[in-house]
Design a protein around this ligand. Structure first.
Ligand code: HEM
Length: 227
């Protein structure tokens, strides 16, 4: 096992952990976005889907067991992703203890420079989001009805500042996904000039699709298309 510990202690090992957990988290965010599109099909479809999440795997497995497995994997992946990111930042700082006076970013994009703050905004968003739509804690004036996610989403997004917060957080998520997808290939060693054009298009397309869909939900409620 010591080679595994040594690998994880190295910067390359931490980047690999970030890439692998990032792929998992990205896949989950993509699947969640696809599921949420059922908002446009109406209350029955979205609520039926939410119910299915709880019974998937049954009768072979007890209700909610697959959901809890997915939740546990999400928590572990998020923990490892944040831990590796924090340790990489500390390693970078230790390698250059004197901070740059006036930093210039000839190559780094805006997305690359905002990864850390973007990550913090996303974590704060997920905490708010879980309190709002999963746990039904009173974090806004909208009433919460257990087992009726359609109502909970629509009632929440009718409050302008809740919608504004979701839109800002999902823009931050979009930038984070764009740069994350781009650097994931780098960490996995897939970095050739010919491949780079492809991976830029891939990162742009997936980040744009997820951001556009996620932002469309609060906008659709605010504009009265979904009620
Ligand atoms: C505007 C976009 C979004 C909408 C409309 C939305 C909607 C929902 C709803 C209705 C639930 C509760 C589902 C249920 O109880 O069955 C939920 C749960 C959840 N959402 Fe979202 N979501 C959005 C974006 C996101 C994003 C961007 C993330 C992560 C970065 C996220 C992470 C989660 C998590 C972790 C859960 C809990 C899943 C569980 O354990 O059951 N959501 N979301």
């Amino acid at each position: 096992m010591s080679w595994l510990t040594n690998f994880y202690r190295s910067a390359v090992g931490k980047k690999a952990v970030m890439a692998v957990t990032g792929v998992f988290l990205f896949g989950w965010i993509f699947a969640h976005m696809v599921g949420n599109l059922k908002l446009y099909l109406g209350a029955e479809h979205l609520n039926e889907y939410a119910k299915w999440l709880r019974v998937m795997g049954s009768p072979a497995m007890p209700n909610s067991s697959l959901l809890w497995l997915a939740r546990a994997a999400l928590v572990v992946a998020t923990w490892l992703h944040v831990q590796a990111a924090t340790q990489l930042t500390l390693m970078n700082r230790a390698a250059r203890p004197i901070a740059y006076g006036e930093r210039e970013y000839p190559a780094a994009t805006y997305a690359a420079r905002t990864m850390r703050w973007g990550g913090v905004i996303i974590i704060l968003f997920v905490i708010y989001h879980l309190l709002h739509l999963t746990l039904g804690v009173h974090v806004n004036p909208a009433p919460f009805i257990e087992g009726d996610p359609y109502h909970n989403v629509v009632a929440g997004f009718q409050i302008w500042w809740v919608s504004a917060f979701y839109i800002i957080a999902n823009l931050a998520l979009g930038l984070h996904l764009y740069h994350g997808l781009w650097s994931m290939f780098q960490s996995l060693g897939l970095n050739t000039p010919k491949f780079n054009a492809w991976r830029r298009n891939f990162a742009t397309a997936f980040a744009a699709i997820i951001t556009a869909a996620n932002i469309s939900f609060p906008l659709a409620v605010m504009l009265g298309f979904v009620r």
